[in-house]
Design a protein around this ligand. Structure first.
Ligand SMILES: Cc1cc2nc3c(=O)[nH]c(=O)nc-3n(C[C@H](O)[C@H](O)[C@H](O)COP(=O)(O)OP(=O)(O)OC[C@H]3O[C@@H](n4cnc5c(N)ncnc54)[C@H](O)[C@@H]3O)c2cc1C
Length: 480
């Protein structure tokens, strides 16, 4: 997919202007947005409803009162992590560009290349310490409402703990609230009379919860695959229903109690779940590993931005609603990507546009670009709900942003590592996190990390040295 580069521009807001910006969420997206905005000279307030930074990466054993997330009044738990989760990307590729995710050598840290989730949280906390982001964050502060007020500004209504609501006005709002909290569940004919229990992966934490159960697990994406293996040791039977398997069923090699089926066609009062092709299983639990919905319960844009079948739009480059640009933006909507570097590119671009350093096309041009993008998806038969799926063009997207920013594009080693990891995952689904053949790319990555940090003269940073230890200071303003 080509990403057209626009030439006609909105008038420049020069000289560079400092804006008062609200960032909603202190996950990876909100943290890097805060850093980029402050580097650019804006004043920043980050609202975070949890009591710490890290968003998704803050594991909690707690789950929600409604295990499939239909009840709008349920207690919300932000994270969707399960206890055993290890990253599905190698740390070198996964980290921010100018704050490499390298092994620190510190105690209680996980040195593995595909570390457990605690290590990612540790890394994000290191990022916060390094760049002094903590002082920008208002913890335990839930944003209840964001709406337009006079003069094109935004009113942000928030509530800290049991305190009163506070209303404040900002020039711009950057939405970084994540999109792995609101479950999307499969629509199954007959589910209302089926007597078993249902659970969404958002509320799955440990395998013991499914001990001795016959589980039908829907979905074969990253979480579905991980969780099926996680529960195989304790569940009586695991039956995976996958769209990719058109007909019939077969056992998964290496497991006595795991089978792959086609999609479910119906559920029945006698407990049976019937799959395409006619085979049936009498199940205790349906586990929906069926993804999530974009959800912005606090955001009121007077209909300028909608979520339609998981398309958040209209958005120019998945970031700016043309009619409200640049005063409202979204960070982190794309999926099937390497999130952190993409969040970093997006944030840098937003920061530069808000100051007037970088120019946006006219609103008409942005809208034209969005419509052309939607038409291209339609012409290729891509469902609307895949609008933000960037599997095929994340690097082209990042490189387009890099071009706008005047920064170097995505590193070759990162692109190759992403592709090598995907191939390795397919070839060694059980062991890809511990066995690989792209060690040469790890060395290249470390050469590059040195390139980013060479003017810092930190001890331990040598070309190709693994691991890198020590801290990193902010680099030059504006570019990675
Ligand atoms: C199971 C799972 C596994 C994953 N594995 C990987 C992986 O291996 N590698 C990888 O790179 N990525 C992985 N990801 C993707 C992960 O989501 C991103 O790495 C990253 O965490 C996204 O950051 P974010 O800031 O966009 O969202 P989040 O991390 O979700 O942060 C959003 C923040 O906004 C806050 N918030 C939301 N609403 C409000 C409000 N109204 N007021 C105040 N605060 C609010 C939340 O509390 C949260 O802190 C995984 C995701 C999941 C769910």
């Amino acid at each position: 997919m080509t990403i057209p580069i626009s030439t006609t521009r909105l008038p420049a807001m020069r000289p560079l202007t400092s804006r008062h910006v609200a960032v909603i969420g202190a996950g990876a997206g909100g943290l890097v947005a805060a850093r980029e905005l402050r580097r650019e000279g804006h004043t920043v307030v980050v609202f975070e409803k949890q009591n710490q930074v890290g968003g998704t990466w803050v594991y909690s054993p707690n789950t929600e009162s409604d295990p499939i997330g239909l009840d709008p009044n349920r207690n919300i738990v932000h994270t969707s992590l399960y206890a055993s989760l290890r990253t599905n990307l190698p740390r070198e590729a996964m980290g921010f560009r100018d704050f490499p995710f390298v092994e620190t050598g510190r105690v209680h840290r996980d040195p593995r290349r595909f570390p457990g989730h605690e290590e990612v949280l540790g890394y994000l906390n290191d990022f916060v310490t390094e760049f002094g982001i903590g002082e920008l964050v208002r913890f335990d502060t839930d944003v209840r409402h964001v709406g337009l007020v006079e003069g094109g500004k935004w009113e942000v209504a928030s509530k800290k703990g049991g305190g009163d609501q506070v209303d404040e006005v900002y020039d711009a709002v950057v939405v970084c609230n994540g999109h792995y909290t609101e479950p999307r569940i499969a629509d199954i004919p007959g589910i209302d009379v089926w007597p078993g229990k249902q659970l969404h992966s958002h509320n799955y934490r440990v395998p013991e919860s499914l001990k001795d159960q016959v589980v039908v697990l829907i979905g074969s994406s990253a979480s579905g695959v991980d969780i099926s293996k996680d529960i195989a040791g304790v569940a009586r039977e695991v039956h995976i229903a996958a769209r990719s398997n058109m007909d019939g069923f077969y056992g998964i090699p290496g497991y006595k109690n795991v089978w792959l089926h086609s999609m479910i066609v119906s559920a029945h009062e006698d407990g049976n779940i019937v799959f395409q092709g006619g085979n049936a299983v009498c199940a205790d639990i349906i586990l929906h590993c069926t993804g999530y919905k974009y959800h912005f319960p606090f955001l009121d844009t007077n209909g300028n931005v909608t979520v339609d079948d998981n398309r958040v739009g209209p958005l120019y480059k998945h970031i700016f609603p043309p009619s409200l640009a640049p005063w409202l933006s979204f960070v982190g909507l794309p999926w099937k990507v390497i999130p952190f570097p993409l969040l970093e590119f997006q944030s840098n671009w937003i920061a530069g546009i808000l100051s007037g350093r970088i120019l946006l096309p006219s609103r008409e041009e942005m809208m034209k670009d969005v419509n052309a993008f939607y038409s291209s998806l339609e012409a290729s038969g891509v469902p609307k709900r895949y609008t933000h799926n960037m599997a095929d063009y994340q690097f082209a997207y990042n490189d387009w942003l890099a071009n706008e920013l005047g920064c170097s594009p995505s590193e070759e080693w990162r692109k190759q590592m992403y592709s090598a990891t995907s191939k390795n995952r397919a070839a060694r689904p059980e062991t890809y996190r511990d066995e690989w053949e792209d060690t040469h790319l790890v060395s290249e990555a470390h050469e590059d990390f040195f390139g980013y940090t060479k003017n810092l003269h930190q001890p331990g940073i040598e070309p190709g040295s693994v691991p890198w230890q020590g801290t990193i200071l902010p680099l030059d303003h504006w570019c990675f």
